[in-house]
Design a protein around this ligand. Sequence first.
Ligand code: SF4
Ligand code: SF4
Length: 189
Amino acid sequence: MSNRHSRRLLAEGLTVAAANYQVAFVIPHCAECAKPCCRLDPLVLELDWKQLKALWQIEESRSVFDRRLSSGKGPEEIRAGDGLYYAHRKACPAYDAAHRVCRIYERELKPAGCTDFPVYQDRGSVVADLRCEAVDLKVLATWIARAVGQEFRIVQSADAEFPFLVTLSVRRVASTATFSNQPRMPGSA
Ligand code: SF4
Ligand code: SF4
């Protein structure tokens, strides 16, 4: 098996492991979270025009909206940059604060960042965002280690600029190791 194929399998396995960790440990905590991420404080939500238009129920064209935004008359929580939009410091309109759920959770419209937060695979590593109180690094590292198997070890490092972002890198212990099987999830045979 080529290194490229092996790396792709590893990335796929880590994507599944990260998603399963969210299902097992993060989502069950959301209903009792002290600082729900969907309030977008301190988190920033990245959106494309289609998502912004639908979630903020914008009727006008994009060019008209952009002009309004740049003149300071747009929604104060929205900033534009590099063809995208960023919402911050006001709850996402899709957030149902009474029931503490996302109204578009299962819909395609949901921004990718919402799916990834707080644990996701990135370039063959798993990144955890500690701004989510449900993330337990020790439990996550154990979860990932079990998913990839004994041929790999987990190395932890925090981002220098944003220390709440912690990367769990997967390193091969033996030079012959490959990630050829589906990840073994905790609790599975
Ligand atoms: S910060 Fe974490 S626990 Fe809180 S609502 Fe968001 S995902 Fe759920
Ligand atoms: S789209 Fe849903 S998950 Fe994303 S910030 Fe809004 S309410 Fe939260």
